[in-house]
Design a protein around this ligand. Structure first.
Ligand code: AKB
Length: 315
């Protein structure tokens, strides 16, 4: 990776990934892009407005900056996707197709995030294997499975260097996630610090995989920098740092805020999505093929989240 274009760079993952990429590859070698946004938000480096559904604009930016790698973070998430499945398909699949086509034409490398949403009913719930049944019940999940297959197809058929991970819920404090099912695990920290209580839309006992943002960012770099001869899989690798439910999160938060109160108002739509996803993933393929090793467990993440939110909010 020498000249990188990040789509969706104002989003939860994109906005932190771009900072790390600029540290490693040089400020002017990492171009941020999003449908909306202003240069001032990204004073640290080049930024362009671009909708991934616009293939012409995408190709123009690739030429303008002589891009060799696209990291395609532009996507709608699971819960918001159920409100408008047509829009999700247009953005997630239309955008992916445009990225793969420009990569084929101009010989680019591509990182595409998949998700635990690529699994569904029928998938083994515990220690979900790398290669297993993938029959998701959300439009987001359908787009992720179709995306994994399309990326593998472009690799085998056209030799496009496509790679990806199946992200679990990503926990962070700099940019909030928008419209996901795992978002409760971010909101709980903000409300614990600011109000001392949180009402969860996901029920107790509902386990999902999660990972702290610094580990999610390093995944992209580690996987993309791996010698291709080491990769047996490509799209996409199971990754996770912890399997947790709201009660486990609350207990860890109470180590720092003993009076924290957690109650529940379960949202049936997001609860059904959560129940259709794995409880815990087997990440051994990522460990073996490209050395995946997350640094943050629940305790270390909670210390850093609380410190970060207090610092950002001047508390
Ligand atoms: C969501 O909840 O939709 C995302 C995801 C797990 O892909 N955070």
């Amino acid at each position: 990776m020498k000249k990188i274009l990040v789509t969706g760079s104002t989003g939860q993952i994109g906005s932190e990934l771009i900072v790390r990429l600029r540290e490693l590859y040089g400020r002017d070698n990492v171009v941020g892009s999003a449908r909306k946004g202003k240069d001032e938000d990204f004073a640290a480096g080049p930024f362009e407005t671009m909708d991934v559904q616009d293939a012409g604009r995408l190709a123009e930016l690739v030429d303008k900056y002589q891009i060799d790698t696209i990291i395609n973070n532009a996507a709608m998430l699971s819960a918001v996707g159920e409100q408008n499945p047509q829009a999700l398909w247009a953005v997630n699949m239309g955008g992916l197709y445009n990225v793969l086509e420009v990569a084929r034409e101009k010989n680019l490398k591509v990182f595409i995030p998949s998700s635990i949403a690529a699994f569904g009913p029928g998938t083994p719930l515990e220690q979900t294997p790398q290669d297993t049944i993938q029959r998701p019940s959300t439009i987001y999940g359908v787009s992720k499975v179709a995306g994994e297959l399309l990326c593998d197809y472009y690799f085998k058929r056209f030799g496009v260097d496509t790679r990806g991970v199946r992200y679990p819920g990503i926990i962070s404090y700099k940019t909030l996630p928008g419209g996901g099912t795992t978002d409760y695990a971010v909101h709980i920290y903000f409300d614990a610090i600011k109000q001392g209580r949180y009402t969860s839309f996901i029920d107790k006992g509902t386990f999902m995989d999660m990972m702290y943002m610094p580990d999610a960012v390093e995944c992209v770099i580690d996987l993309m920098e791996t010698d291709p001869s080491k990769l047996k899989h490509r799209n996409a690798f199971n990754v996770s740092a912890m399997s947790i439910d709201p009660e486990m999160l609350a207990a860890e938060i109470r180590q720092h805020i003993p009076e924290f109160v957690l109650d529940y108002e379960v949202d049936p739509v997001r609860q059904a999505i959560a129940e259709s996803w794995p409880n815990s993933l087997d990440t051994s393929a990522a460990k073996e093929e490209w050395g995946f090793e997350p640094k943050f467990d629940l305790a270390a993440m909670t210390v850093d989240m609380i410190k970060g939110i207090k610092h950002e909010s001047d508390l």
